[in-house]
Design a protein around this ligand. Structure first.
Ligand code: C5P
Length: 218
């Protein structure tokens, strides 16, 4: 695998809807880093499973991942609640994780030339995908806060879903993501904890920026 030298690598892990994506996007833009929302890859595979149930097998997934473009991951269809639920089920599969692994490595270590580095967020990024990241963060927030944020996001996309349903699925997803055997969500010792329950987007950004600038300017 090609690894670009002297790039900045940021690794973020977080439970669902903790605000990691929003922060990661802002940070990536600020430092000109390539941003990859790794949850979207699992969501994409979940979408394939629901959309093409008859064709769905490892060979099919592999070929779809091989031709997957990062811009395809911004498809709004992938945000649906049932896709998230299905994603957390298929992400327990070792073979699927292996297929997704190489896709992630390519972007983490060899981001397109115009970027100064990479920023990935997910569940196992800090210790499994980019263990040598220059900066590691564990971003979290209270369960109800996360459910409310996701509910508002889904509402704005005209999704027919109730707050109760969103809360229930977030709890279910947390349980599965934290407790699964393969690549569970956890805060590593070398990750900085950022709790966004009482922080707005700007405050989160400034907090993380301060940490990054301190090290970069040293
Ligand atoms: O981040 P998002 O909520 O979109 O992720 C959907 C699901 O994909 C998660 O609930 C989790 O089970 C899985 N996932 C994972 N590893 C990652 C990112 C996401 O297992 N690095």
């Amino acid at each position: 695998m090609i690894k670009r030298k002297n790039i900045i690598k940021i690794a973020i892990d977080s439970p669902a809807a903790a605000g990691a994506g929003t922060i990661a996007k802002t940070i990536s833009k600020h430092y000109n880093l390539f941003y990859l929302d790794t949850g979207k890859i699992y969501r994409f595979i979940a979408y394939l499973k629901l959309r093409f149930p008859k064709k769905y097998n490892y060979k099919f997934i592999k070929s779809k991942i091989n031709s997957l473009k990062v811009k395809d991951l911004s498809n709004k269809l992938l945000l649906a609640n049932e896709i998230g639920t299905e994603a957390s089920i298929i992400s327990k599969n070792k073979i699927i994780r292996k297929i997704v692994h190489s896709f992630q490595l390519k972007f983490a270590y060899n981001p397109p030339k115009k970027f100064k580095g990479s920023c990935l967020d997910g569940r196992d990024i800090t210790y499994n995908i980019v263990p040598d990241a220059d900066f590691k963060f564990y971003i979290t927030a209270a369960t109800k806060t996360r459910a409310l944020r996701r509910y508002k996001e889904l509402k704005s996309l005209k999704n027919k879903v109730t707050f109760h349903e969103v809360l229930k699925s977030i709890k279910k997803r947390d349980k599965s993501d934290y407790n699964r055997k393969i690549a569970p969500l956890k805060k590593t010792k070398d990750s900085l904890l950022i709790n966004t329950t009482k922080l707005n987007k700007r405050a989160c950004f400034l907090k993380i920026k301060k940490i990054i600038d301190r090290k970069l300017n040293n």
